[in-house]
Design a protein around this ligand. Structure first.
Ligand code: SF4
Length: 245
């Protein structure tokens, strides 16, 4: 029986990736092992004394619950709160830092008929192995060094891509105006060497409700990645455009 440090639970639409537009319940775990310059969930990078459950996507009807919470309590809290959609998204922070807790909560929600989607920074391959039986879909980040103050995670991403084989999912590369051709080429070679068929979503950093990089530049980056990869898509986070969580 594990305990979890959560950041928030809320119901909204999935704003990115192949399941964009579908209603989903988001369970955001607290704590992260990275420090990305573009992080838009800074409040979830550390474990906090409590977390919030929102009853809808506009943040009304919230209540606060102390951390850590017993995992067996989380499904009950969810049925007391937002209606349970078909998809439950385990996000963060970095949810795989709490793999035992994630596995326990995901297992219970799957028994209720939910499809469990995992959003991860793609650095903790061993932890992915441990939750593999209860995860249906994986959104994995490929972090470019320019987004991480020069830190190169390619080796860890390579391990993660191998661990992901056989699971449904995609890779996401977040880009800004400052992205370099060389780091993008390196990411493309990495993906091509492990799983060239994996869909890759090229996603711009947002400043407010606008992407910080224009359509022409995104098209150029897409073409560059497509020299190595079969399925590269440009995508934006629609929840930011719509102004929902
Ligand atoms: S991995 Fe995600 S949560 Fe962690 S710092 Fe980067 S963007 Fe933020």
């Amino acid at each position: 029986m594990a305990d979890a440090y959560l950041s928030e639970i809320f119901s909204s639409i999935q704003g990115e990736g192949p399941h964009v537009g579908r209603r989903a319940l988001f369970i955001r775990f607290g704590g992260c092992n990275l420090s990305c310059g573009y992080c838009d969930t800074g409040y979830a990078r550390e474990r906090t004394p409590s977390f919030k459950i929102f009853s809808d996507s506009r943040s009304s009807g919230e209540r606060e619950v102390p951390n850590p919470v017993a995992c067996r309590e989380v499904p009950r809290m969810i049925s007391d709160g937002p209606d349970l959609p078909d998809i439950v998204v385990m996000t963060g922070g970095e949810p795989l830092l709490q793999a035992d807790a994630l596995g326990e909560i995901a297992g219970e929600l799957r028994m209720r008929g939910c499809s469990v989607h995992l959003e991860t920074n793609g650095t903790l391959s061993e932890n992915l192995e441990s939750v593999r039986p209860v995860v249906d879909f994986v959104s994995m980040d490929i972090k470019l060094p320019s987004m991480l103050g020069g830190i190169d995670l390619n080796d860890r991403h390579a391990e993660f891509l191998k661990a992901m084989e056989g699971l449904e999912g995609y890779a996401k590369i977040v880009v800004s105006e400052s992205v370099g051709d060389e780091e993008l080429d390196k990411a493309a070679r990495l993906l091509a060497s492990v799983n060239p068929g994996l869909p890759v979503y090229l996603q711009p950093v947002f400043v407010g409700s606008r992407p910080d990089i224009g359509a022409r530049d995104l098209g150029r980056l897409q073409a560059r990645l497509a020299r190595e990869l079969h399925d590269v898509r440009v995508s934006v986070q629609i929840h930011k455009i719509l102004g929902v969580r």
